[in-house]
Design a protein around this ligand. Structure first.
Ligand code: ACM
Length: 625
């Protein structure tokens, strides 16, 4: 027994062939090793030619091999075939067989063959992700049979070049890294109060003025180069290049054009479209047409079925105070500002539908009535997603609590300045995209999930990479893999992922620091504005004796959560106490409590707490020091 245990542990944790992220549905190891020969060929069947070209281009720099395309499957080939009989694999699934003398990838569709290629690349040494020849490297992969397909069709990530403009080259490189992890949607937040980043030929001032808004340049743009401009925008050709580059990697670029709020840049460029001194569209018929003109040019650049129109955080007080808007509300037979917003979104929904597209918006578009064709991106928690799915609308889950990758990923004091919040890798990996409140039929409305990397605090791509990795690896696995999740096992596979990111020169956040365990949560459902004592079970999470930090980490909601003191209770007896006023909110205040655990027994964290209002939600973590 003494000998057997460590041996068993070694066998089950050995990375061997299985360090693939996201984890495939089925992996069977087979005897033998494949070695890529300089004279190998890539044989592409009908419909798989472009994927073959991609593979050839990917292998050429690191191997130095100019592999020939063509011929049939056989010895020393990597064959790619689409097969109508493999419909069970869906749009994106694949079969991958690595034999000692050849590799076979089969799929129903080209996207599946592409993901088979991505898995093959992960089976090869991580050096395969370098961009120049690696001397002395033997290109081997262990023999294996893999059958794989994704759980969700929407595996997204959002970048925000509106807050800090991101050069095109950085976005192209980012697409390489997400495609490598089988993520397939890149949402670009192209417009906001801080800048308008997409060239619109009919309205040139949108970029001439809107891409260089003086009051935001100081806060949001990188330091001014000598005599050079700040801000910036993408020409339509830049964006077409991004779209095409992404499409080659089976990534759909979804444009987001914010309205009717977060529209400061439009209002700066064309004041007649907004209300004076505001960041909201005024809702006049002419302004609706203006935004639809914009959408015309956007649709001509982006073939994406979904067009995101924002819809979040509209400051409706501007409409409330405007006599003209109040008149329009009456004229249109609407009840209030919520319905006014809803009316505007409905105009866009009908317009996009008439062009064969679909409207996507943040969950605020539920307020005042959801437009008939709308798909909802649920960000203020999961409630918007639940409500929309129950009403028969498609949803993409992107709650702050688990998928806002602009939040701190470790102790804020030790991390670069972030927008607030606290979202360690564990919390991302622990996320289940289908809310338990949905029945099986409603659950089909969940298209998938998206990690958002907002740009207020991200001056450049290096910073974005640091926030993205490894948390996006977790997003990729939750979005792709159907099997049971095991964080420890996932963490083991991350070592290989890091080796690949190292080869690509990606600045990820290394896994330093202490183990973090989620103890429980506080939610708006139990909100109390009086001081109350609450308890959370910590028997497992703090079972090991030693010093811990218990962190109250805000995730979402309009209100703060206050803490007066926290205790650790073991089998009914207080064994540790930390008394100081703390509060948890978006700005990360003093919300940590030092509690030493004697270990063992029934453990509870007990705290006296108060909600500042009815809407506050967060997670408690125990971090072992
Ligand atoms: C958002 O984070 N305001 C969608």
């Amino acid at each position: 027994m003494l000998l057997a245990l460590p041996l068993l542990a070694m066998l089950t944790t050995a990375p061997a062939i299985a360090a693939i992220i996201p984890k495939p549905a089925s992996v069977v190891a087979v005897e033998g090793t494949f070695t890529l020969a300089p004279h190998a060929r890539i044989a592409a069947g009908k419909g798989a030619e472009e994927v073959a070209e991609f593979l050839r281009s990917a292998l050429r720099p690191p191997t130095g091999f100019g592999l020939n395309l063509g011929g049939r499957a056989g010895k020393d080939t990597i064959s790619l075939a689409l097969d109508r009989k493999l419909s069970r694999l869906g749009e994106e699934g694949y079969l991958l067989e690595v034999h000692p003398d050849r590799v076979e990838i089969r799929a129903f569709r080209a996207a599946g063959a592409f993901y088979g290629v991505q898995t093959l690349l992960q089976l090869l040494p991580p050096e395969v992700f370098r961009s120049a020849k690696v001397e002395g490297q033997v290109w081997q992969a262990k023999c294996v049979k893999i059958e794989d397909k994704p759980r969700f069709g929407w595996r997204g990530v959002l970048l925000d070049p509106a807050r800090h403009f991101l050069p095109k080259e950085g976005i192209l490189r980012f697409i390489d890294t997400i495609a490598q992890h089988k993520l397939n949607v890149l949402q670009l937040h192209l417009t906001d109060d801080t800048g308008w980043r997409v060239e619109i030929k009919k309205y040139p001032k949108l970029t001439q003025v809107g891409a260089y808004i003086p009051e935001y340049l100081a806060d949001y743009d990188p330091p001014k180069p000598k005599n050079g401009p700040r801000g910036g925008f993408y020409t339509q050709n830049d964006l077409r290049e991004i779209v095409a580059y992404a499409a080659d990697r089976h990534v759909t670029v979804v444009p987001e054009i914010e309205m009717p709020g977060h529209a400061g840049a439009v209002v700066a460029a064309y004041p007649e479209v907004g209300l004076p001194d505001s960041n909201v569209i005024n809702g006049e018929d002419s302004s609706i047409r203006f935004m639809q003109d914009v959408l015309d040019e956007v649709m001509a650049i982006f073939p994406s079925k979904f067009i995101h129109i924002g819809g979040d955080e509209v400051d409706k007080s501007f409409w409330k105070k405007s006599a003209r808007v109040q008149e329009l509300i009456k004229q249109r037979g609407l009840k209030n500002e919520d319905e006014y917003q809803s009316w505007i979104i409905k105009q866009m929904d009908a317009y996009l539908a008439s062009k064969g597209r679909r409207l996507l918006g943040w969950d605020e578009i539920l307020e005042g009535g959801l437009a008939p064709g709308a798909t909802v991106m649920s960000w203020r928690g999961i409630e918007g997603g639940i409500a929309a799915a129950k009403a028969g609308h498609d949803v993409v889950m992107s709650p702050t609590s688990n998928l806002y990758l602009d939040y701190y990923q470790a102790e804020p004091a030790e991390e670069p300045l972030a927008i607030g919040g606290y979202l360690p890798l564990e919390a991302v990996y622990g996320y289940e995209p289908v809310p338990s409140a949905l029945n099986a039929k409603e659950a089909e409305r969940v298209l998938g999930l998206q990690g958002n990397i907002w740009g207020e605090f991200t001056p450049n791509m290096k910073h974005i990479e640091y926030l993205a990795w490894p948390r996006l690896a977790a997003v990729s696995e939750i979005g792709w893999s159907s099997g049971a999740k095991d964080f420890t096992e996932f963490s083991g596979r991350l070592a290989a992922d890091f080796a690949r990111l190292d080869a690509m020169g990606v600045k990820y956040r290394p896994r330093t620091g202490s183990p973090i365990q989620a103890l429980g949560e506080w939610t708006s459902v139990e909100a109390s504005t009086e001081w109350v004592v609450r308890e959370w079970d910590a028997s497992e999470e703090m079972a090991k004796a030693g010093p811990y930090t218990v962190r109250f980490a805000y995730t979402h909601g309009a209100h703060r959560f206050h803490v007066r003191w926290a205790e650790l209770v073991q089998d009914g007896k207080v064994v540790a106490r930390d008394e100081h006023a703390g509060s948890a909110a978006w700005d990360v205040s003093a919300n940590t409590y030092a509690l030493a655990s004697p270990g063992g027994g029934q453990l509870k964290v007990r705290a006296e707490v108060r909600y500042e209002g009815s809407d506050s939600n967060g997670i408690l973590y125990a971090i072992r020091r």
